[in-house]
Each structure stands twice: as structure tokens, then as C-alpha cells.
Design a protein around this ligand. Structure first.
Ligand code: CA
Ligand code: CA
Ligand code: CA
Ligand code: CA
Length: 466
């Protein structure tokens, strides 16, 4: 018998590395093949309805767009949904130059006011839902604007973020005069040390007119909601403060209400805390804000809108779970709609722009509630993050794990192909890293051979040239 020649060690190592790469990339590949052979549409709109809604719901969907490159599996759309979850119409931003949709507001004439981004500018227009025509369009020379409201007839109230040199502001633009008639700069009221980075200082994402010359404003990166007085230019009210994450953590879309007793009340999507909260200020002007409602945080992922309805329920946009739902004060979901990709704002059309309703305290429902009654299986994009936080809790690296988990949850859904789960994506990344490392390792290991090969090739080229 001839002895079996033992395999050289380097070939054994190569075999193991190749198998490992294959094992890491296989789950994503299998999903990809499965996706290609099914007819399931990743942009699929669908509903789960316990009780028919009180009229048509309009949802703005931000969509995914990276440096001018749209992903057709993650389109920017406005979607109108009937009481039982039937899709009434879809307004697709890729039909023209809208790349992201943000705020949408029902107008008194039955039309909609739409805030969208286009390349390097902000698009604001009035949309006639019946004809799908734009009645008028304003193009504002500002970036990434999340909210513009129509006030005082034909004036636009604008939350203007991402100005250079901390020039973020709110302003009123008069459409008839074609000019800005009032503006208010954050730098006159806040030290430059608060908030976010130079290129996104305030991230002011919402502004609502809540009374005569009174504007509710949401500088997200300051973790607070304020009321700005147009005639005195002073801040009349403040809820939350920069870095006080127990109160608010980079919120979206606050809504102002008053209790039966006249107490200021703010309902807000507390986005980074994955919850919806309501605060009521008791005891007059120097009174304290008390949290009267806490919905979540399990079951929600980066909510960005919460509107109180006249029936006491609340409409919520649960962005990273790609859904919108109506919940009772006790957290029971009664109406739900799957609206990929990255829904931003929701409105019940015939109720008008953020109609408001009774405060949680006034319906005797103050308290903490978990969500229940969901009829949709929400996305598993949070699985990796959840696992990271759970696994490293209480260890010396808990802080780092949590911060990585947060980044992972916020960044990867935008870049992950729709057919991969979070785990498959993570595994494929490790497979890719291993493959690159292997290539580099081989290059080092074979450096002599590569060098000889190169110099032989060079001298051959030289000979031909002579
Ligand atoms: Ca709105
Ligand atoms: Ca608006
Ligand atoms: Ca607004
Ligand atoms: Ca809304």
C-alpha cells in the first residue's frame, strides 16, 4: 500500500478559510436566490385592521436615496389608505424629481401640502389627490427640509436645518411677495456648544403654528421642544434639554394640545428612546412638565410621528418597523398598515392638519403601556442590535455594545438589500472581511513569487520595447 501523502499545511489552512467564507456568505446567497424566484414585492403595501379607520389615512414614505441614486425597492411615496386598509392611490416621487418625502398636511380644500427634497433644494407643493396634479410648486434653496406648513393664507412656515456655520433658523416665506417676512435664528438663543455637528447643528425637524404668533418648534439635536413667540422673539416654553435623554432623545413631530384645565400638553415621538410620550405642564408658567403617557419602548423602532385623534386614539409612525398604526390610550393596536420604506408622517385626511384631541390625562389613561394586538409581523432588522445589547449587558463593554447596536440599527436597514435579514447581512460582511484578509495574507505569503513574477514581466516588456 502506498502511504497517503499528507496535505501541505498551507492547503489545509486555505481549505478551512474557504469553507468559513462560504459558510458566512451562504445564508445571504440562499435568501437572494429565494428572493429572485418568488414574486413577493419588497415595496408591498398591506394592512391589518381590527376596526375600520375613521376615513382615509395619508402616509408619507421617505424612501431611500443615496447621492442621487434611488433604490427602486425602497421608493419615496405618498400613499392614501382607505378605512379597511385598501390602497386608494400612490403618488410616486420617482415620477419627478422628489427624492425624499417628509411632512404631508391635509389642507382645507381637500388637497395636500407636501414637503419633499429634490437635488440640493426643497420642494413644497399643493397636490390635488383626485387628479394627482401639482396645483403650485415652490422650490426653496435650502436642504433636507422636513417640515413646511401653510399659514396665514399663503405664507409658508419653514423649519430650516443644515445651514452652514450654525445658521439654522425658522422662517416665514410669503408666496405672494416671494420673500421671507420673518426669521428667527437659533444662534441668537443658544450657545454654539449645544446640539449636533457643524453641518447639522439643530436638525430642526418640525414647526407648527399653535396660536397667534406662537410656534411649536422641534430642534431634534437639542433634545427639546420649544414654543417661540413671534412678536417678542423669546422662547416662551421649553420641554427637555440637550443631553437630558430621560425626557426626550432626538424627537420628531411634537403635537401641542391643552387639557380641559388649560394645561399645556405635548405629545411627541421620542424617537431614539423608541417610545411615544406625552407631557403635561401643571402649576402655571413656572410649573413642571410631568410625563403622563409612556407607550413602548419594546415593539417600536425609531418612531417619528404621533398624532392624537378626536376619538382619543393616537396615530403613530413606527419608522424602522416600516409601519403606521392607530392605538388606544392603553396601547392596543386597532388599525395597522405596513408602509415600506421608512414612513415619516401620517394624517387622517378629513380631520385636517393634526386635529388633536383629548389629552391622556383627560381620558383618565395616564400611565405606562406596552403595545399589544399587532397583526403584522414587524421586521427583524433589530435582531442583531437586540442580541448585542442583551449579550453584553452588565459587562465592561456594555456601553460600546449599546452604541454599536444603535448605529447598526440605524445604518444597516438603509444599505442592506431588502431580501437579506440583519443576521444574513452581518454574516455576509464577516465573509467579505475574511475574504479580503485571506487575499492580503496570500499576497504577503507569496510576496517572493509575486515580486519575481513582476520583475520577469517588466524585463519582458522592456525587451519587446528595445
Ligand atoms: Ca403633517
Ligand atoms: Ca407640515
Ligand atoms: Ca408642522
Ligand atoms: Ca402627523
Amino acid at each position: 500500500m502506498t502511504p497517503i501523502r499528507s496535505l501541505p499545511r498551507r492547503w489545509f489552512v486555505r481549505g478551512v478559510v474557504a469553507l468559513l467564507c462560504l459558510a458566512l456568505v451562504a445564508p445571504a446567497t440562499i435568501s437572494g436566490v429565494g428572493y429572485v424566484t418568488t414574486t413577493e414585492d419588497p415595496t408591498n403595501l398591506r394592512a391589518s385592521v381590527d376596526e375600520p379607520a375613521d376615513g382615509t389615512t395619508i402616509i408619507s414614505i421617505q424612501g431611500f436615496h443615496f447621492q442621487g441614486m434611488a433604490n427602486e425597492n425602497k421608493p419615496a411615496r405618498l400613499v392614501a389608505v382607505g378605512p379597511r386598509g385598501e390602497v386608494e392611490w400612490v403618488h410616486n416621487g420617482s415620477g419627478f424629481d422628489a427624492t425624499w418625502f417628509y411632512d404631508v398636511d391635509p389642507l382645507e380644500n381637500g388637497h395636500l401640502l407636501v414637503t419633499a427634497t429634490a437635488e440640493g433644494e426643497t420642494l413644497v407643493y399643493e397636490l390635488d389627490p383626485d387628479t394627482q396634479e401639482r396645483v403650485w410648486t415652490e422650490r426653496l434653496d435650502i436642504h433636507d427640509t422636513h417640515d413646511v406648513d401653510l399659514v396665514n393664507g399663503d405664507q409658508l412656515l419653514v423649519a430650516n436645518m443644515r445651514e452652514s456655520n450654525k445658521g439654522d433658523r425658522i422662517f416665514v416665506y410669503d408666496r405672494g411677495e416671494s420673500e421671507i417676512v420673518w426669521e428667527w435664528h437659533f444662534e441668537n438663543h443658544y450657545p454654539r456648544s449645544v446640539g449636533g455637528p457643524e453641518n447639522d447643528w439643530t436638525h430642526v425637524n418640525d414647526i407648527d403654528k399653535i396660536g397667534d404668533g406662537e410656534y411649536l418648534v422641534s430642534p431634534r439635536n437639542f433634545d427639546q421642544v420649544v414654543v417661540v413667540n413671534r412678536s417678542t422673539n423669546e422662547i416662551d416654553m421649553q420641554l427637555g434639554s440637550d443631553g437630558d435623554y430621560d425626557t426626550l432623545y432626538e424627537q420628531h413631530n411634537p403635537m401641542y394640545m391643552e387639557s380641559d384645565e388649560g394645561n399645556p400638553t405635548v405629545l411627541v415621538a421620542d424617537s431614539e428612546n423608541d417610545r411615544i410620550v406625552e407631557y403635561e405642564r401643571e402649576g402655571g408658567e413656572d410649573g413642571e412638565w410631568n410625563r403622563t403617557w409612556n407607550l413602548g419602548s419594546a415593539g417600536m423602532s425609531w418612531p417619528r410621528d404621533a398624532d392624537r385623534l378626536p376619538n382619543g386614539n393616537t396615530l403613530v409612525v413606527d419608522t424602522m418597523n416600516q409601519r403606521v398604526f392607530e392605538t388606544t390610550p392603553e396601547g392596543e393596536i386597532v388599525w395597522e398598515f405596513h408602509a415600506p420604506w421608512a414612513p415619516y408622517d401620517v394624517e387622517r385626511v378629513q380631520l385636517g392638519d393634526e386635529p388633536g384631541g383629548p389629552t391622556i390625562a383627560d381620558v383618565n389613561a395616564s400611565g405606562n403601556y406596552d403595545l399589544s394586538g399587532s397583526g403584522l409581523s414587524v421586521s427583524d432588522s433589530e435582531g442583531v442590535s437586540f442580541w448585542l445589547v442583551e449579550t453584553f449587558e452588565g459587562t465592561p463593554v456594555a456601553g460600546q455594545a449599546e452604541s454599536f447596536a444603535r448605529t447598526w440599527a440605524h445604518v444597516t436597514p438603509w444599505i442592506r438589500p431588502v431580501w437579506m435579514t440583519g443576521w444574513e447581512f452581518l454574516s455576509a460582511i464577516f465573509g467579505g472581511i475574511l475574504l479580503v484578509a485571506w487575499g492580503l495574507g496570500e499576497a504577503v505569503y507569496q510576496r517572493e513569487r509575486i515580486r519575481n513574477g513582476v520583475s520577469r514581466a517588466v524585463s519582458r516588456v522592456r525587451k519587446v520595447g528595445e
